[in-house]
Ligand binder design. Structure first.
Ligand code: G3H
Ligand code: ZN
Length: 287
């Protein structure tokens, strides 16, 4: 199987994006992988620190391995929004393909220092590292964000991104261009700052990661990919579809207590969202 680095470079050159879809249980993994199988798309399974602590690092790796073996698909695993080098090292040792160091709340020099340590550790194990400069609007556990307003101060600054990438030598960079975690309560996300993205891309010359992929306008996704976005993270929309289907099924079948019966609708709902995203990202038939 080709490496994750190969697929990221391929996406970057050919102008499509690989989806990172977060999960916190096996049923979600089944929906995500079924979508990848149907569309012949590479996929990255993502776990935040919280999700990985619930699932277990070893268990997440075992799930990826089982799915790779069963489907012979390029399925990868990323530790998303890791806050310490130690935890990312644990994930690497457990067998993750990729780690994301989120030092966005740290002063830039500290962010660089820790990122360099993570890169040094990851490099000789062939593990991909994503860094982050600039801050998104909200934290990852929110569903709806009330009237999100972009704080200009939090957008990724070009000089900081340039300095960071040059020093830390990460493979990809997560940026703040008007994106945020969760869905806007109005149902329509504010437009991404695509001109700003273009300038960042020109300055750093490495693939860009778009966090907070849920709710982003399809036209922004399209233009963003043309401007260097090569990986897009989705969590909220899949969680929402999965949970809504579960509520509906249990509500309609009050005496149903068998997980392997009542979880099927949720798996299908997660799968449908992921397929829609993969089509939008252009990752269909790219294995
Ligand atoms: O790191 C995970 C993502 O950025 C997910 O964002 O929940 O808005 O899709 P989302
Ligand atoms: Zn994120």
């Amino acid at each position: 199987m080709k490496t994750l680095k190969f697929y990221i470079q391929k996406a970057y050159k050919e102008k499509w994006a690989i989806g990172q879809i977060n999960f916190s249980d096996w049923s979600q993994v089944r929906g995500i992988v079924q979508a990848a199988q149907n569309l012949k798309s590479p996929v990255i399974l993502g776990t935040s620190e919280g999700e990985s602590k619930f699932v277990g690092l070893q268990e997440a790796v075992a799930m990826r391995n089982a799915m790779r073996k069963k489907y012979s698909l390029p399925i990868f695993l990323n530790l998303d929004h890791g806050k310490t080098a130690d935890y990312l090292k644990e994930a690497i040792l457990a067998g993750y393909d990729m780690v994301h160091f989120d030092g966005s709340k740290l002063p830039l020099d500290e962010n660089i220092l820790i990122s360099k340590k993570v890169v040094a550790f990851a490099k000789n194990k062939g593990v991909v590292v994503e860094g982050e400069v600039g801050r998104f609007g909200t934290d990852a556990s929110r569903l709806y964000t009330e009237k999100f307003e972009i704080n200009e101060e939090n957008l990724t600054k070009i000089d900081e991104a340039t300095k960071y990438v040059k020093a830390a030598k990460v493979n990809l960079l997560a940026v703040s261009i008007g994106n945020f975690h969760g869905l806007d309560v109005s149902g329509v996300s504010p437009k991404l700052r695509l001109k700003h993205l273009q300038e960042i891309q020109k300055a750093i010359g490495i693939p860009v990661v778009l966090h907070g992929g849920s709710g982003i306008r399809p036209e922004d996704i399209k233009e963003g990919i043309a401007c260097g976005i090569s990986k897009i993270n989705i969590n909220t929309e899949v969680r929402l579809a999965f949970s809504q289907a579960l509520r509906k099924t249990l509500e309609a079948n009050k005496s149903e207590i068998t997980p392997y019966k009542y979880l099927n609708e949720s798996i299908a709902a997660a799968q449908a969202v992921v397929e829609e995203k993969m089509k939008e990202f252009g990752s269909e038939n790219k294995i």
